[in-house]
Design a protein around this ligand. Sequence first.
Ligand code: SIN
Ligand code: FE
Length: 364
Amino acid sequence: MVASTITTIIVFFICAGILLRERKKVVRLTNLVTINNRISGKLTLPELMKEITQITKREMSCLTCNLYFVDFETNELWYENSVRIKMGFGMAGWVAEHGRTLNVRDSSKYSKQNNECSTATRQSVLTVPILRNEKTIAVLQVIRPLMGMAFSKKDEELLVNISRTLAIAIENSQLYNEALEILRESVSALAGAIDAKDTYTQGHSKRVAEISLVIGKQLEFSESELGKLEIMAQLHDVGKISIPDKILNKQGSLSSEEYEIMKTHITSGQKILSSSKRLKKLADGAAYHHEKFDGTGYMKGLAGEDIPLNARIIAVADTFDAITSNRPYSEGKTNAFAITELEKESGSHFDPQVVSALKTGLGL
Ligand code: SIN
Ligand code: FE
């Protein structure tokens, strides 16, 4: 009787143990799926790096997580844009060179053994390679103070799994960034062509893009939102390609007939961008930068938040540049003067929050 009770209790604990282990596995698996979902939408490298290190810290219960990228040209590792480490140097360098996991219980002993004069404090460091086609493209490292727990085999397994998910995300991000770079260069070339046609406003599209970015940053746009805004701003006047030079470059004011023709740069800009599936999504700037906040602008007469935010930003940047840049017939005014002018029309022509974002962004 006693024996059978003891057996039952033992069996119970074994089953409970197995169940708990399986449950933990499921939880970890669910976490990996969540990681995948959270990072797959983050396509710029800085956004991806931030998300990766945050998730890894949480999943691995540690305070520090470093993500190093391999620079194949210089044979170095880099992280946080500026810090560079020679291939083979230190734990991260060793992992990058060998493409294998390194689990170090006490980093100060590791440094001593490897004759590295290091200021390393005593901490546990787990480092895994992020591999793509058997090549180490990056290195993921987590650190716990030695006072805490050293990393177990299970931790190793989890970090290796995380690194596999990351490998795909990093490759996607690199492909995306390359495509984006090509798009950026084409857009810059196009913006240059627009600016060259308009002899009075040399470099206008480029400057409108720079000013728009000041506003976007102030409004806490993400990296990818800023990228889109920059392209939209550079292309806002693309439709001027279809405006006759004699109207575009006319000295003095336009007749009402000429002004009607000038207005068509909105519709032709929209048409030019709509011919490309991808640029179509970036047509808001070209389509709505002459709308006014009170609904009295052209071509649609949209008002308030019905005007896409990017177009409201470009409208402010456009006017700011017109006031501050030199023209053959007038000298550019100061930034402070331009802000005062914009403020006079804040709420009527311009979105007040955009005007004040520019003012703050310029430190005025
Ligand atoms: C422009 O788009 O730069 C000129 C058109 C206007 O002033 O309405
Ligand atoms: Fe315009």
